[in-house]
Design a protein around this ligand. Structure first.
Ligand SMILES: *[C@@H]1O[C@H](CO)[C@@H](O)[C@H](O)[C@H]1NC(C)=O
Length: 480
């Protein structure tokens, strides 16, 4: 038990007994059976520090200070928290990201790690940080450096409410969605909250998983990257369509993203090669300027690129392959040019994509997947079927922070997917946390085949779990 907690309880005892009881209180040996039955705050300055320090320079902290000095990768503050039973709690972290946007890692009992985003701010604020399944007895909650350079004042844990029933919209947003897209949507809705679809980036890695675990992922994610005109000009030949058709023909589901190489303005230097032209730092293409008028030459190039992609999507439509389509992914990260100028151009471009593909090209086999979490980036309910996040955190945890943020974003009317992850989530954790991700898709090289992210044992556990749907278990989904 931490010192703070003892004084907190002491305060309650003191109140109950009257002010006169206060002076003798710190000597009390009262041990509560469930210290966090109703929610409790733990001050960081009273926790166990490793490589970190207590400071008081920044005003607005609670208690006697806050913890800072998260510089090295292993720097952390460890809270020791008791729970009377195995129980799910909401975690909130009081922090100040005074040097800009930061990310931290929360590690429970030395195992699963989850990532928490601190938006830049000049004052301390309570940041919702997902949920923690505490074991009966003593638990450790580490806040570990990650990006570092933030101030931690305290954490608060409160027993989680049971998740209410989902209210998922009955139909896709595109009223002209074709039979395949409708069947896909209906199937997804039928399993949402009950099971998770296993998924993998790239067909070759999906087949590799089959060799490792005896089970093939239900979903394969492919990348339209090499159909971007500024790459095709330089000799690339996309294979994503053929891979998608192959997986679809064996009864699998297909998700599609697009590392959209900027239409023009690629630096193409030793440091920033043309093939990294989807990165903000590899191009001077300005999406805001391009979208400023429809007669702008660069607006025309954006449309040219969308039309090139439409050709590929139509091939999939003709082959009866409905798709989970996730354009402009990770826009809020700003590391891709479509997110580099903030939310407004990104949302506008998404709207143009939706309109051009749906209304102009009549591509109706798409289920539209949005991939940023922050509300100011959300293009709106009318053009989004599924919300998603890309999460790179080791430990095979349930990613409940992001899941809960997306529940809030979509008011629980949109299904939610872990569209790209570094580590496949363990099913028992997903269920305990009620983190009802519709699917997960692990990134390819250096993630799926890297034991630091996905050990062979965990992959086997995940792929053979009843909770995790694999290719053999989704056969006939069109008629489901
Ligand atoms: C189009 O974008 C390129 C690359 O950023 C830039 O050099 C050019 O000036 C832009 N053209 C117009 C008409 O804005």
């Amino acid at each position: 038990m931490t010192r703070t907690l003892k004084y907190f309880l002491c305060g309650i005892v003191a109140l109950a007994a009257g002010a006169n009881a206060a002076p003798s209180c710190p000597a009390s040996t009262t041990t509560p059976t469930d210290p966090v039955a109703t929610g409790q705050t733990f001050e960081a300055e009273d926790a166990v520090l490793s490589g970190t320090v207590v400071d008081t320079a920044q005003t607005g902290f609670t208690g006697t200070g806050y913890v800072t000095g998260f510089e090295d990768a292993t720097d952390k503050v460890t809270f020791i928290v008791d729970s009377a039973t195995t129980k799910l709690y909401d975690l909130s972290i009081r922090a100040a990201a005074i040097y800009g946007d930061k990310r931290t890692s929360v590690v429970l009992n030395g195992g699963a790690s989850s990532e928490v985003f601190f938006a830049a701010g000049e004052t301390f604020a309570d940041v919702p940080a997902g949920q923690l399944l505490l074991n009966e007895g003593s638990n450790t909650i580490d806040i570990v450096s990650n990006w570092g350079w933030y101030l931690i004042d305290s954490i608060t844990i409160t027993p989680s409410a049971t998740r209410p029933a989902h209210q998922i919209n009955a139909a896709p947003v595109n009223a002209a969605a074709d039979t395949n897209a409708k069947a896909l949507y209906t199937y997804l809705r039928s399993i949402y909250g009950k099971k998770i679809l296993s998924g993998q980036q790239e067909l070759s890695y999906a087949n590799w998983i089959a060799e490792q675990t005896g089970k093939t992922p239900a979903l394969v994610s492919v990348d339209l990257m090499d159909y971007s005109p500024s790459r095709v000009e330089r000799g690339t030949k996309g294979t994503a369509v053929e891979e998608a058709i192959e997986h679809s023909n064996r009864g699998g589901l297909v998700s599609v993203l697009w590392h959209w190489n900027a239409p023009t303005g690629l630096y193409d230097t030793e440091e920033h090669k043309w093939w990294s032209g989807f990165y903000t730092d590899a191009t001077d293409f300005d999406v805001a300027a391009a979208l400023s008028s429809t007669t702008n030459a660069n607006y025309t190039l954006l449309i040219r690129d969308i039309d090139a992609i439409a050709v590929e999507l139509k091939r999939l439509q003709a082959a009866n392959v409905p798709m989970l389509f996730r354009p402009l992914h990770e826009a809020e990260g700003a590391w891709f040019w479509w997110g580099a100028k903030g939310p407004e151009p990104a949302k506008k471009l998404y709207g143009i994509l939706y309109d051009r593909l749906t209304n102009h090209h009549q591509i109706n086999n798409l289920i539209w997947v949005w991939n940023s979490i922050l509300p100011e980036w959300y293009p709106g309910d009318a053009t989004v079927d599924i919300l998603s996040a890309d999460v790179y955190a080791q430990g095979n945890g349930p990613m409940s922070t992001q899941y809960n943020q997306l529940i809030e974003l979509g008011q629980d009317k949109k299904m939610i997917a872990a569209a790209e992850v570094g580590a496949a989530p363990l099913p028992d954790q997903l269920q305990a946390y009620e983190a009802h991700w519709l699917w997960f898709a692990v990134w390819g090289d250096t993630f799926i085949n890297n034991a630091d992210w996905n050990s062979p044992e965990n992959l086997k556990k995940i792929y053979t779990s009843d909770y995790v749907l694999t290719l053999d278990e989704i056969q006939g989904w069109r008629g489901a």
